[in-house]
Design a protein around this ligand. Structure first.
Ligand code: MG
Length: 755
């Protein structure tokens, strides 16, 4: 402590003027605190006395700031004085006078003033863990959530192992618990496959799934709970068993040939992703005597000429040097009748046709037959043969047709003629009549399969077609007393959102695959800061095409690897993806099993992404349709609906609470999205405003805790907390200066900012 009271100071200075100098080597200071002055000197060499005030003090030096020079014989010790002061915490100004007296020197008086003080600023911080306090839900449905059902594997009402329509109807309470207002059913029409996308009758119900009465019951029971039924309608192709295709196949003169993309010879290119296939029907064998002449002068392209014979039938040649055979269930050796020329007359009696072989017992590349689409024999006309896998049976009757299929041979593509006149085509008209039936029965929407392939990825043609189709169905809907416009969503699965956007010119709603691609990419990177911007970019793309567009957002579906698989089977990431889905603008789709954390990869078989629901811990599964391709580890008792419904921390419970919130707050369901910028890379933040509400949505996409300042934004009313969240509030003299939100890894919060 280097403090001395004032009289000690004066005494010291007097001594320095009248006696040999006293050098005090302690640091000098003059301080004023609550009226107390202290001074020491270190004997510095300056000859000037100056007084400096600091902080709230002011200082004046009565004699102008210079002090007298002391007698050089006595040495000297001049001082520099600095006045410093503690803050005046009183409400009164203060004055202090310092007078320096020394023999032979004029006194120096220093007056020091300090202005009135105030209460010192009071800065406080509080940190609290957030918990949600949403308002009470009035039970109105606002969320516009659709649940995608694989009818064949959802719920089995009759114990035959297949999911069925009654099974769906029995689970309406389950959909209610998820806040759902519509169901998209996998195709319910008769079909040869379990999945139903190769339809054989658009006007009927697949008996494996139930009856038309069952369907009607489902529509009306669901409607009573405010749940609409969307029917999956496959316009790109039918199944091979459709009567149209059978008729087209059987008879070149059939009007149904015009319903398909057909050709007598096949085409080399279509611009699409599909291929040409052959179809043969009717009695295609032969029962009678035929003469065969084979010309092998071009070895890679032997030519066979068949004629109806009147001469006697021959036995097979026994000359084993001849290597050419007619095969009609037996290989019969031909006779060499000239250079590179072989002939034989045979009685043929079979129902499938014939082949040519160059080895009696070997097949593979020793088999020769007709090119696809050129199987039918024209008597007397040479037919060029091909070998191996390209060789088709040479046939004598029935019908042979080449047809185009975008997907595979079991799904022949339909043909609607020039796109701008598609609605005038017979296929369009017949399908529209079928759709009318279901719309009149109360179906609330259609989901259109594979719409980009209807005109082989020609967007303009597809859009033109879809607009005509939509207008036709919407007319039926309105004529049937439907409210508003009919709902229709397209699977316009293109490479990018930019390519998909034009489909909004044809349809009011389209699946937004690109939204999900973005979400999983950003969760993978732990980066949320551009998510809202990207979502808005998509919405602006669609808005440019259609007012009132309905953005059908989704995670995965029945044709993709499961969302949980893409997210590394992480519960927290699945919960985050669900939270983002159900707090985003648009029309969310929940895919069967997604709410239970089902995983599955398509490379193991499509069935693995279409798994049955395990309802009870120990109940039976509706797995009959899936041919045993079921992941028993995934369908554990603990992942059952029964177990998850009882666990408030389960994924199912999270889905239910998110869905309820979306139904509770209109802004969440139908508000306008705006970006909200913070300095965090990890956080995805946006606001949703509408219906007199404003909500702030915050998600942490990263695996680490993430925090951001929201300034003085009133983030004090959390209505959803998923995971963990803390709010640190800073106040200055009782006024909030900052609110900083911290979210745990993959956590989410929604605040009500409404006034
Ligand atoms: Mg069943």
């Amino acid at each position: 402590m280097k403090r001395f009271v004032l009289f000690l100071l004066c005494g010291l200075m007097v001594a320095s003027c009248t006696k040999p100098p006293v050098i005090d080597t302690t640091p000098a200071s003059l301080s004023v605190s609550s009226g107390t002055l202290s001074f020491t000197t270190d004997g510095a060499s300056s000859q000037t006395l100056s007084v400096t005030a600091s902080t709230a003090w002011t200082a004046t030096v009565a004699n102008g700031g210079s002090w007298c020079s002391v007698d050089p014989y006595h040495g000297t010790g001049n001082a520099t004085v600095t006045v410093s002061a503690a803050t005046n915490k009183t409400a009164q100004a203060r004055t202090t006078t310092i007078t320096f007296n020394a023999a032979q020197c004029n006194p120096v008086t220093v007056t020091v003033n300090q202005v009135a003080g105030k209460e010192e600023d009071k800065i406080e911080t509080t940190t609290v863990a957030l918990s949600a306090a949403p308002r009470e839900w009035d039970k109105k449905k606002r969320a516009d959530i659709t649940y995608q059902v694989n009818v064949y594997s959802f719920a089995d009402s009759d114990g035959d192992g297949w999911g069925d329509l009654k099974g769906v109807a029995q689970k309406l309470d389950y959909f209610e618990s998820l806040g759902v207002s519509a169901l998209w059913l996998s195709p319910v029409h008769p079909s040869s496959s379990y999945h139903g996308y190769d339809v054989s009758d658009y006007s009927a119900i697949n008996p494996k799934l139930g009856t038309e009465a069952d369907f009607k019951d489902l529509v009306s029971q669901a409607k009573a709970k405010g749940i609409g039924i969307y029917m999956d309608f496959v316009l790109n192709h039918t199944g091979l068993q459709h009567e149209w295709f059978k008729a087209a196949s059987a008879d070149p003169a059939s009007k149904y040939r015009g319903y398909y993309v057909t050709s007598e010879t096949g085409e080399s290119t279509t611009g699409g992703m599909g291929d040409w296939y052959s179809s043969t029907t009717g009695n295609i064998g032969y029962h009678g005597r035929l003469h065969f002449k084979l010309d092998t002068s071009v070895g890679s392209q032997p030519k066979l000429t068949v004629t109806q014979a009147t001469e006697a039938a021959q036995n097979g040649n026994t000359d084993t040097s001849v290597k050419w055979f007619i095969y009609d269930n037996n290989a019969i050796r031909m006779y060499k009748t000239g250079d590179n020329l072989y002939e034989i007359t045979l009685n043929i009696d079979n129902n499938w046709g014939i082949l040519v072989k160059d080895d009696a017992t070997q097949w593979d590349d020793h088999k020769w037959g007709a090119k696809a689409g050129e199987q039918l024999v024209e008597f007397g006309k040479a037919k060029t043969l091909v070998k191996g896998g390209a060789a088709n049976d040479i046939i004598f009757g029935g019908s042979s047709m080449k047809y185009y299929a975008s997907f595979d041979r079991s799904m022949p593509d339909l043909y609607y003629g020039p796109a701008d006149k598609a609605s005038e085509s017979a296929a369009f008209k017949d399908l529209a009549v079928a759709a009318d039936k279901w719309i009149q029965m109360g179906v609330a929407g259609l989901r259109l399969d594979a719409v980009i392939w209807i005109y082989q990825n020609n967007a303009n043609a597809n859009v033109s077609f879809l607009k005509q189709w939509y207008d036709r169905c919407n007319t039926t809907w309105k004529a049937n007393g439907g409210t508003g416009d009919f709902y229709m969503v397209g699977e316009a699965w293109t490479d990018s959102a930019e390519q998909m956007a034009p489909y909004y010119k044809g349809l009011p709603s389209n699946f937004n695959f690109y939204w999900w691609y973005t979400l999983k990419d950003r969760i993978g990177k732990g980066q949320g800061n551009d998510f809202a911007k990207t979502a808005l970019y998509f919405r602006n793309l669609f808005q440019a095409q259609r007012d009132g567009f309905i953005d059908a957002i989704k995670l995965s579906n029945h044709d993709e690897d499961r969302a949980a698989e893409d997210l590394g089977r992480s519960f927290e990431k699945e919960r985050l993806a669900a939270a983002v889905l159900l707090t985003s603008p648009g029309k969310p789709y929940i895919y069967q099993g997604e709410e239970l954390g089902y995983w599955g990869k398509k490379t193991n078989g499509d069935e693995y992404v279409r798994a049955p629901i395990r309802w009870e811990r120990n109940g039976k599964l509706a797995s009959g349709a899936l041919g045993g391709k079921v992941d028993a580890n995934m369908l554990s008792a603990d992942r059952s609906v029964e177990a998850q419904a009882a666990d408030k921390n389960s994924l199912l419970s999270a889905y239910r609470s998110f869905a309820q919130l979306r139904n509770n707050y209109a802004a969440l369901a139908s508000g306008t999205m705006a970006e909200y910028s913070t300095k965090s890379n990890a956080l995805a933040v946006w606001t949703l405003t509408g219906s007199g509400e404003k909500l702030l949505v915050v998600h942490n996409f990263s695996s680490a805790k993430a925090a951001a300042s929201f300034g003085t934004e009133n983030i004090t009313r959390p209505v959803l907390v998923s995971g963990s969240a803390e709010l640190k509030t800073t106040t200055l003299n009782g006024n909030v200066t900052d609110r900083t939100l911290s979210l745990g890894a993959w956590s989410s919060v929604v605040f009500d900012l409404s006034e």
